[in-house]
Design a protein around this ligand. Structure first.
Ligand code: SF4
Ligand code: SF4
Ligand code: FES
Length: 336
């Protein structure tokens, strides 16, 4: 007998291993039925359960106990049972509740999109379009914080933080020493400024990539360009840092590399974390072996108007002459 469990999400059935969360079962199906996740991050142990954007309705608990669950549940924190039936986008109740969650997330959020570096690749911005109200009903003053420089490469803009804890888990699990966290409770919660001391670590830049909003930004990229005017290209280098595989995305404007990030998967999660040397100090094409244009979802604003003239480039193998030729090629193909 198979150990797999059958779960049906929005009418689509999938078989998954015991212990799989509803969210990950939905990700195995893919497409529109995958709930949005602002705090869960598959690479970070213990993440999830904070933002409630991933809520779903369990209309049938299991084959053995078919009673529905009495309340909507966080799909990232609820494991599947055999015979479970779940509704996400097919449930008006879920969609209405998610609208409420998004409204709450935006209660203190500034209207910074026109100047925010995260715009164009911001999960909250996307959620706002899909589930947000046109205007706020909140009448009280928004809480505001001073911007904090976390060393010379990262800036914390707490006004935009949604307290998802991802950066805390990243610093805790990816870097050698955790020196920051969330201070206080409720409306007074904030990422502790102790994060400033975390920048010594070789992997601290990853907090920028895991942040779902523009609260943690790359100071070497800040205000340099809008992300939809840049062209992402996959590249790699032989990084001598033992935990870094040197696989990145380079974000080009013309022939200039404006920023370097880790590569992200279809769910917007980092595939593998990269070190600060690759991220902040390697901004020349000659530092990298170019692979190909990064695959970007059609629905992303980053994909718009880019790929009609963009040609894949040959893979370069430690050959400087080829790299130079490639740079010229790249310059031609990224002009817009
Ligand atoms: S974090 Fe996202 S929603 Fe907030 S201002 Fe920046 S782009 Fe807009
Ligand atoms: S700074 Fe970003 S990653 Fe950290 S808790 Fe706030 S929103 Fe999450
Ligand atoms: S992604 Fe599930 S609660 Fe945030």
């Amino acid at each position: 007998m198979s150990d797999l469990m059958k779960v049906t999400i929005d009418g689509i059935t999938v078989e998954v291993a015991p212990g799989t969360s509803i969210l990950n079962a939905a990700r195995q199906i893919g497409g529109d039925i995958v709930p949005p996740a602002m705090c869960y991050y598959s690479k970070l142990e213990g993440s999830g359960g904070k933002c409630r954007t991933c809520i779903v309705k369990v209309s049938k608990g299991s084959e053995k106990d078919p009673r529905p669950m009495p309340k909507l549940v966080a799909s990232c924190r609820t494991t599947v049972m055999d015979g479970m039936e779940v509704q996400n986008i097919t449930s008006p109740e879920v969609l209405e509740a998610r609208n409420g969650v998004v409204e709450m997330l935006l209660i203190n959020h500034p209207l910074d999109c026109p100047i925010c570096d995260q715009a164009g690749e911001c999960d909250l911005q996307n959620l706002g379009y899909e589930n947000g109200l046109q205007r706020t009903r909140y009448e009280f003053e928004r809480r505001t914080f001073e911007r904090i420089d976390i060393g010379d490469k990262i800036q914390l803009h707490m006004n935009r933080c949604i307290l998802c804890y991802r950066c805390v888990f990243t610093a805790d699990q990816i870097t050698n020493k955790r020196v920051h966290g969330i201070l206080n409770r409720g409306d007074h919660s904030e990422i502790s400024t102790y994060i400033q001391t975390a920048v010594d670590n070789d992997f601290s830049g990853n907090v920028i990539d895991v942040c779902p909003v523009g609260a943690l930004t790359d100071k070497t990229f800040r205000f340099k360009n809008r992300v939809w005017f840049t062209k992402p290209v996959d590249a790699h280098r032989n990084c001598d840092h033992e935990k870094c595989n040197g696989k990145v995305t380079l974000w080009y404007k013309g022939a200039d590399v404006l920023r370097v990030t880790a590569r992200k998967d279809q769910f917007g999660e980092v595939e593998e974390f990269i070190c600060n040397t690759c991220r902040f100090e390697k901004k020349a094409t000659s530092d990298w072996n170019i692979e190909q244009p990064t695959a970007i979802a059609d629905t992303s604003v980053i994909a718009s108007n880019h790929y009609d003239t963009f040609r894949p480039l040959p893979v370069i193998k430690e050959n400087l002459a080829l790299q130079e030729a490639n740079k010229v090629e790249l310059e031609k193909s990224t002009k817009f």
